[in-house]
Design a protein. Structure first.
Length: 326
């Protein structure tokens, strides 16, 4: 008796195979003028204006996302957002993206289609064209994304350029994703705005380039927490960065979660990661619109480069770090 073919709603990745999986991912792709050869050849071909800037991130099920917390579409969007933010932090313009996907054979094809739809939607928002990648079988869903950007006529904005006397400013949300993660970890799905920010970060697309044009001397993507990431800038530039808590307005969703769990909402803002806001240092003067001053850059003393809060060392962890015990 011939074996029946599973309906499209019931099909798994094992049913359609590798090439069917790839076809579902690349179907309906848009292409930017910078891309002359996209998926379907041995390599992609794209044009770069100025210096090429490249960044890679890996997202692993159970570490960076959970399927019971996030939809496939949200995971697809997040896969692009967390990587494109690194290009923004260099003052560059995102151009092209390459994605490799490892999945178990029993994963429903519907999940892959929804993931691809989310990936394409966020790529379009970021101004990216998907130009290639790879697929493989894997025990857990594993997503590797590489984004390529261009600097045009400007030099990339590095972490090493902060100078005493400058203003430290941020653009984007702070504390929202950490508050959302805390809510999800306790079995809640609200406040919706905070939970959604954890599922899909709201990257301030285009602001990295505007910061570069506005004279930013150093810049970083806030992925591990504001204090932790500013410390990367302080160490790379050999300076002391002081953050002023009076500069922050606590968003209502962050305040609501903090109140529910008995936590200082400022801890979410200062140490919460995964918002993918941008922090940059600017010469004294007018900041680009949308950027908010939160501190200053000072000469490092005998204690060496550091980050302080209101002039004093911060008590407790400053942010997320993989492999840290405790």
């Amino acid at each position: 008796m011939p074996r029946s073919t599973p309906s499209s709603a019931e099909q798994t990745v094992a049913d359609i195979g590798e090439f069917g999986l790839i076809a579902n991912i690349i179907r309906g792709l848009s292409r930017t003028p910078a891309v002359s050869v996209g998926p379907g050849d041995d390599s992609a071909v794209y044009l770069i204006n100025g210096s090429a800037v490249t960044s890679t991130d890996i997202l692993i099920e159970g570490v960076h996302f959970r399927r019971d917390w996030s939809s496939a579409t949200e995971i697809g969007r997040k896969s692009v957002a967390v990587n494109a933010a690194d290009i923004e932090a260099m003052g560059a313009t995102p151009v092209a993206v390459v994605m490799s996907l490892g999945v178990p054979g029993d994963l429903p094809v519907r999940w892959v289609k929804d993931f691809a739809a989310g990936f394409r939607a966020e790529a379009d928002t970021a101004g990216l064209a998907l130009v290639g990648g790879d697929t493989s079988s894997a025990r857990d869903i594993t997503i590797s994304v590489t984004v390529i950007g261009e600097t045009g006529a400007l030099e990339p904005v590095l972490r090493t350029g902060a100078t005493p006397g400058e203003v430290v400013a941020v653009c984007g949300r702070l504390g929202w994703a950490a508050a959302g993660l805390t809510a999800l970890g306790r079995g809640f799905r609200s406040p919706r705005a905070a939970v959604d920010s954890q599922r899909v970060p709201v990257v301030p697309y285009g602001e990295g380039r505007r910061a570069a044009l506005g004279g930013a001397t150093a810049m970083i993507d806030i992925s591990d927490g504001l204090l932790a990431d500013l410390n990367h800038v302080a160490q790379a530039s050999g300076v002391w960065i002081d953050v002023e808590t009076a500069a922050f307005e606590i968003p209502e969703p962050v305040a609501a979660v903090a109140s529910a769990v008995g936590k200082d909402p400022l801890d979410f803002v200062l140490t919460g990661g995964e918002d993918h806001a941008l922090a940059a240092c600017f010469p004294m003067g007018e900041l680009p619109s949308g950027w908010v001053g939160i501190g200053t850059v000072r000469e490092a003393d005998e204690s060496g480069p550091m980050v302080t809060v209101d002039g004093r060392p911060h008590e407790g962890a400053s942010g997320w770090e993989h492999f840290r015990r405790g």
